[in-house]
Design a binder for this molecule. Structure first.
Ligand code: SAM
Ligand code: SF4
Length: 333
């Protein structure tokens, strides 16, 4: 039974208008902070949402107020039916976007150009090919880099997602910001977050404050703070006269739960009301049985906790025994 309140509004009054849909649990890279070393147990193929189900379930969320959909994974461009999914979702009255490692962008560029996607987030953690091999375990730097250029040439708004790891890529922070000097690109530095099997350790974290100190020491008063976007996850800045800008996403040291508007649908059709939630709600099984899934969605949203799935303070969050979650690759970032 649904009550009269919008089914996407939780007990704290947060309205969830941003749906992130994971299209696959598979990936063509093996980023150490995302994919557990032992790999992941993949869901059987028949348990993964097909293109029609992705589009129909997404449409239902849109009917209840979702205005923004992001496709993610695993690697979303690995889906053989990617063009069918994007074509269907492009017809919905939503802002459609995608997060990708860009390796297959050239193969899908025509689909992307005819879609409603305007902004694409590309994960790139280093500007050095050999470090790229170390972090992703694949020799694909050139492909990723060339495809970022292709997206820029085709006038997509490109955001680079950079997960910062101490003593691995924290020496490249200024190089990444220098990349925004002539390129109309947004770099987003992301704090390393704990997930199943990613060997998270606080000592590898580069915190918001450390990062900002390093940037301000280098650029001094040329650092300009940009206004926060609505339901922001990144604090944004730019360097005076540079074409692009940069942001810091600090889910660990500076969470943004009070303005959270995000919900996640996994590739096997489970709703996660928080990135860190340990419980999930199966929508796909009920959907396939022809049941109404609205009451199920509403019940899941009403269970959402105020902060990081109940891990209120940093100590709770840093205690890995509290993280009985999926690995990031099967959630979808
Ligand atoms: N394969 C695509 C990609 O890499 O862009 C989409 C999926 S990936 C899981 C989505 C985002 O999650 C990427 O930007 C990635 O950097 C980020 N991510 C993965 N593991 C993370 C972690 N432990 N901490 C912070 N961000 C993480
Ligand atoms: Fe694959 Fe993206 Fe995870 Fe890297 S971050 S392993 S590219 S899903």
């Amino acid at each position: 039974m649904t009550n009269e309140k919008n089914i996407l509004t939780d007990t704290f009054g947060r309205h969830h208008n941003y749906l992130r849909i994971s299209l696959t649990e598979k990936c063509n890279l093996r980023c150490t902070y995302c994919m557990p070393e032992s790999g992941v147990v993949l869901s059987p193929r028949h348990q993964i949402m097909n293109a029609k189900e992705v589009i129909e379930i997404a449409s239902l969320f849109v009917k209840h107020g979702v205005t923004k959909i992001r496709l993610t994974g695993g690697e979303p461009l690995l889906r053989k039916d990617f063009s069918e999914i994007v074509e269907g979702l492009s017809k919905l009255p939503v802002e459609l976007s995608m997060t990708t490692n860009a390796i297959l962008v050239d193969r899908h560029i025509e689909t992307l150009k005819t879609s409603s996607i305007k902004t694409i987030n590309v994960s790139l953690d280093t500007l050095h090919p050999e470090k790229f091999n170390t972090i992703t375990k694949r020799d694909q730097f050139k492909k990723a880099f060339d495809n970022i250029q292709l997206l820029l040439n085709e006038n997509f708004n490109v955001k680079l997602n950079v997960v910062l790891l101490k003593d691995f890529n924290d020496d490249e922070i200024i190089d990444f910001i220098e990349f925004t000097k002539r390129q109309r690109i947004a770099v987003r530095f992301i704090e390393f977050m704990p997930f199943d099997g990613n060997r998270w350790d606080k000592s590898k974290l580069v915190s918001y404050q450390e990062l900002l100190n390093q940037i301000e020491d280098y650029y001094l008063s040329s650092v300009i703070q940009l206004p926060n976007e609505e339901n922001f996850t990144a604090r944004n800045f730019k360097i005076e006269s540079y074409k692009g800008d940069f942001g810091i996403i600090s889910s660990v040291t500076n969470p943004f739960c009070d303005v959270c508007n995000r919900i996640r649908l996994t590739a096997n059709g489970k709703l996660k009301n928080c990135l860190f939630s340990t419980s999930e709600t199966d929508l796909l099984s009920s959907y396939r049985e022809g049941k109404s899934i609205e009451p199920i969605i509403q019940a899941a949203i009403l269970k959402k906790k105020a902060v990081r799935s109940g891990m209120t303070d940093l100590e709770d969050f840093e205690n890995l025994t509290n993280h009985n979650n999926r690995s990031m690759i099967t959630i979808g970032g």
